[in-house]
Ligand binder design. Structure first.
Ligand code: SAH
Ligand code: ZN
Ligand code: ZN
Ligand code: ZN
Ligand code: ZN
Length: 425
């Protein structure tokens, strides 16, 4: 489909696979965004294949990345008064193109500072469920970058993290002593207007597809090659509705690319990764990456009403960092209430108490959890042990129904196997 190779899906009912398997778009879960559909065993005629290829070609952006880079070079040569950005087309305009956009809303006098912060110039994509863009709050972005630098990394593979990328790019262009570099991999092609082919690859993280073909793949491969002192870390912040297994498979492929660039002797090592995702996906992520651990740090977003820092009375963010680095080296800000647990050997939220029985700091959401002797584990503070269900649950739950909520999204009324956020249909 226009977004690269489709993925093979199966319908499940009560945890069991049902009916014929089929291919559908890797990234769009709404049929209205991409209606690619093909049964697994379907024979596709030559004519249909040709029509499909033609359609896919037509769906590609009107300018290539190369062209956009040229356009940018011309754009920055323009005096301020001639620098326009069309808000409707989300495009930098050259004077010859003004006429075509006269009845569109546009911004004038685009400054160099604005060009360095494209994530503020472009509106966050919200239309597609899977492509919702939630931008880091400045504080969280700065925290991530400081952490990365303190850990000794000099290269960041920014997968779906345009704001982290632009923070790095803009610092690098200002100070000579700032030696960090970043390569952005993202499906949002609008960014190709602001970055060269060495700084941005149009990439689909649900099927590990480089839209720019072999050349783009090589750019990424080259970037992952680390000389002494130029250690690489991958930071990914995928859309939360995304399929965990598809993401994990792509990340494994990126990690394999890193490994290929390694000299002999480093074979047992793994590319360091920060995978930013909500805490309720912990068990799903650990299924694919058993050596990852979840940090207590709450990642905050600018444009997400719910995912903002708790301290000011707003809701606490459920978004965390999952990493294959040893937890004890991930230092969380003490001034935000995080503290080091000497027994667990990691930083935890202020409310996260060490449970003597579990022998670990068990809270997942930052609130203080309580131990249930019958369940033999710590549970949310709002839960009580129910004797008829034989487990802990909310006090007003309906017994022996699916009240515990879905394992994946936490919502009541369905189980994990039928979770709408996982299944394509
Ligand atoms: N917090 C990040 C943005 C995360 S939003 C920041 O501030 O930098 C999710 C990002 O993933 C967006 O940039 C979006 O364009 C990108 N994205 C969404 N679907 C994608 C896909 N299939 N492949 C690659 N990137 C994708
Ligand atoms: Zn326009
Ligand atoms: Zn406990
Ligand atoms: Zn219990
Ligand atoms: Zn009950």
């Amino acid at each position: 489909c226009p977004l690269g190779p489709a993925l093979l899906f199966a319908k499940t009912s009560q945890g069991r696979e049902e009916g014929r398997r089929f291919y559908a778009c890797s990234a769009c879960r709404d049929r209205r965004d991409c209606n690619f559909f093909q049964w697994e065993d379907e024979k596709v005629s030559e004519t249909r294949l040709a029509a499909r290829e033609e359609y896919n070609r037509n769906q590609q952006p009107s300018f290539t990345h190369r062209q956009n880079v040229e356009r940018y070079k011309n754009f920055v040569l323009l005096p301020l008064s001639k620098r326009r950005f069309c808000q409707e087309c989300q495009q930098l305009l050259l004077p010859a193109e003004w006429e075509k956009h006269l009845d569109h809303q546009f911004l004038c006098d685009i400054s160099t500072a604005q060009l360095k912060r494209p994530s503020q110039l472009l509106y966050p994509l919200e239309n597609k469920k899977t492509n919702a863009q939630y931008l880091f709050a400045d504080r969280s972005c700065q925290f991530l970058l400081d952490l990365i630098i303190d850990l000794g990394f000099r290269r960041v593979l920014s997968v779906g993290t345009p704001r982290l990328h632009e923070m790095i790019q803009s610092k690098a262009s200002k100070g000579e002593d700032f030696r960090v570099r970043s390569l952005l991999l993202d499906i949002d092609f609008r960014y190709s207007q602001f970055y060269t082919e060495d700084e941005f690859c149009h990439y689909n993280m649900f099927n590990h597809y480089f839209f720019g073909g072999e050349a783009a793949r090589e750019t990424c491969q080259k970037f992952l090659y680390q000389d002494n002192g130029e250690r690489v870390i991958m930071v990914a912040d995928p859309p939360f509705g995304g399929l965990v297994e598809a993401l994990a498979s792509s990340f494994q492929k990126l990690m394999a690319m890193w490994k290929e660039t390694e000299k002999e002797g480093h074979n047992s090592q793994e590319m360091p990764v920060f995978w930013i995702f909500p805490y309720f996906f912990e068990s799903r992520i650990l299924e694919f990456f058993p050596n990852f651990s979840m940090m207590d740090y709450q990642v905050d977003y600018d444009n997400h009403a719910l995912y903002k820092h708790g301290k000011t009375g707003r809701r606490q963010s459920p978004v965390r960092i999952f990493t294959n680095l040893p937890p004890n080296i991930i230092v969380l800000p003490v001034e935000e209430g995080y503290r080091f647990c000497a027994i667990c050997q990691r930083y935890v939220s202020s409310g996260n108490q060490h449970c003597e029985i579990c022998n670990s700091c068990t809270s997942k959401d930052g609130r203080r959890w309580k131990h249930c002797v019958l369940c033999k584990k710590c549970v949310k503070p709002s839960w009580f042990h129910c004797n008829s269900c034989n487990c802990c649950a909310l006090q007003n739950h309906a017994c022996e129904k699916t009240d515990a909520g879905c394992f994946v999204c936490g919502k009541a009324g369905h189980k994990r196997s039928t979770c709408p956020s996982l299944s394509h249909t």
